[in-house]
Design a protein around this ligand. Sequence first.
Ligand code: PEP
Ligand code: MN
Length: 368
Amino acid sequence: MKLNLNIKPLSEWIKVSSEPLLISGPCSAETEDQLVATAHLLAKTGKVSVLRAGIWKPRTRPGEFEGIGSIGLQWLKRAKDETGLPTAVEVATSKHVEEALNAGVDILWVGARSTANPFTVQEIADAVRGVDIPVMIKNPVNPDISLWCGALERMNNAGITKLAAIHRGFSSYEKTAFRNEPMWELAIQLKTLCPELPLINDPSHICGNRELIQYISQKALDLDMQGLMIESHIDPSVAWTDAKQQLTPEALSEMMDLLTLRKPESRDQEFSDKLAELRTLIDKLDDQIIQKMAERMQIVQKIGEYKRDNGVTILQVSRWDEIMNKRNAFASALKLDLNFTGKLLELIHGESIRKQTQIMNAKPLVEK
Ligand code: PEP
Ligand code: MN
């Protein structure tokens, strides 16, 4: 898969007042006082570069608070005038875009539910066509990187060059500690497809609770993401939406102080030499792993032919159980994570079965 985007660097459209880039504000604008007071406290921390607020809220069930609507844009304007913070809102229809642009909103973002729907994304793209406005695209609710790329491409095709992606985690059937599974590998894959695309992490929607936000924020920074979007409310206990995951501006500021900013590269020669030496070792080991994999597949080929010629099934469950038990015991003795080695073995076994199925069906069975 390819992702060719024509984009401007983040520094051309966000003035980062303090590293790392922090976008913050309430999940929803609720009242003028709540929004403006939160904005003032956030500005006072000196750590926030952009003020966010949900004006139209995509809710799973009808009857929940669906956002304060257009009037909130005027409150946001006041918050911006009084604090100097540029503003960002979620848009989901062409009408939202039109109203947000008319109210002088500085940055638009496309929410996770919208990114999952190409019709919605295209409607938004058509509405911003010809306008010089930055757009941030949240990952879709389902773990499908093509939808994420597609939304970025649709915006780019509409002439939007001030683009960023927001990683907010993915919905999963399995219940875990997170509201939305981070599935970091998808964010990393996006970054690999388009290294110049700014990637911002949204720990609030990944975590769904306050307690894990620092942990996820640190991990995002360690993966060299360009910034964080974190929900903040003057009094989270009475927030109308996402109450459990919002932080007071003060708690947000304290949390940010606990984060460690590491650099992607070091200019120190000794460090670079040592890293190069270790990478050479890794390269050598990776070559050996691939070599051994090829050797293993050659033997799999022989076994496949042998089974075929003797009319024996490809899968023998007892043999697979034996492999798993022995390898797990070995892996555990070597202090490897069994979840990791288990997945690796499943992958290798799956490939072996695929290969043997090919062999089995290449020639008719030899009758014995
Ligand atoms: C939000 O940012 O408040 C929001 C609704 O997020 P998401 O689209 O990630 O669910
Ligand atoms: Mn929210």
